[in-house]
Ligand binder design. Sequence first.
Ligand SMILES: Cc1cc2nc3c(=O)[nH]c(=O)nc-3n(C[C@H](O)[C@H](O)[C@H](O)COP(=O)(O)OP(=O)(O)OC[C@H]3O[C@@H](n4cnc5c(N)ncnc54)[C@H](O)[C@@H]3O)c2cc1C
Length: 374
Amino acid sequence: MKINIIGGGPAGLYFAILMKKARGAHEIKIYERNGPDDTFGWGVVFSGKTLANLRAADEESHAEITKQFEAWDNVDVVHRDAKISIHGNSFSGIARLQLLKILQRRAEELGVEIEFRSEIHDVESLRSDCDLLLAADGVNSTVRMRYAEQFQPELDVRTNRYIWYGTNQLFHGLTLTFRENDAGVFAAHSYKFNSSTSTFIVECDPDTWEKAGFAQLSDEHTREYLGEVFAADLNGHPLLSNNSKWINFLLVKNQNWFFENVVLIGDALHTAHFSIGSGTKLAMEDAIALAEAFQKSANVEEALMDFTSKRRPVIQDYQAAAFESMIWFENAVRYMGLSPFELAYSLMMRSGRVRYEDLKRRDPEFIRRYELQR
Ligand SMILES: Cc1cc2nc3c(=O)[nH]c(=O)nc-3n(C[C@H](O)[C@H](O)[C@H](O)COP(=O)(O)OP(=O)(O)OC[C@H]3O[C@@H](n4cnc5c(N)ncnc54)[C@H](O)[C@@H]3O)c2cc1C
């Protein structure tokens, strides 16, 4: 089979690895607009369950990924200067660039061709030259736009703004920090992903963003401003920028996931708010599901139908939980009157996926103290 892939992110690379591993005779080429060492983003997070899925799919890359991991089992909530830890949540972080390097190496070892610095504009001629065109070209997918009539995308630009930073302050756990000033409420989502660096994402509502005057602030002044807001948390470490810009979260859904020989996966197909776990996990699990569908049938249409029917309900559930979480953060200002324990409890329950009994089993001490305080 001849497979063209647009996008050498986690989805495109992982699908190429799994297909080539299953059948060495497949001819697979990835077109990626960036160079192999271009860094975008900081760390990405995986749950224990995702890691088990990655091990089952490809032990070699799983071994490399977990060698580089920083693992933790706590979610920390910081509110009114108090830090509440909730244990029993298994997560790990790795630098996005490191993950991409591991996947690039593995794909090339298996014989996948990767053409870097190659931005695709003419999607149609690439499509007519292969059995399968995989659109793994991210949240602003060119392929999705080119065939919008066929895919029928639903794009929802959310009101909150967020910005991805790094910092050398180490957050030993998934840390959700709330700070207020005259402009409004700021939430930071942070976690370490190697021995010296943490991801630090700041999110705020549009009123806060306007009042803080970010539209007029340079990159440097924005970092200084937020450095002051989170001074008690950053311990003197500056915020580090990596082409970091304020973004409105884009919620992506598609009515149709494929047509003829083109299929969308990863962020091109769906997004889930970053507060519930990274899009990287969903992108790689899409690749697993799609490669499994091709194991069952070499017929492109049959495989794509199988992929869609198996994966759609999983993504719908995930997006529903992520939607609740996103709404919680969009309305964070309403929760600021809660005590630190109440806020931590509300956060743990926000997606509707965790029940009281689950939390009690995971961290009985947290529930005991929450009930005492309540
Ligand atoms: C700038 C940025 C920073 C991010 N940082 C983080 C982070 O720190 N932590 C985290 O958990 N998640 C982060 N995310 C989100 C997370 O990376 C995504 O959810 C996940 O990577 C989805 O994987 P994907 O392979 O579907 O898409 P992506 O990882 O976005 O990969 C898509 C790839 O397609 C390439 N591409 C796009 N259009 C074309 C074209 N026309 N021709 C050729 N190549 C093309 C892009 O260069 C990119 O490499 C970030 C996303 C972006 C865009």
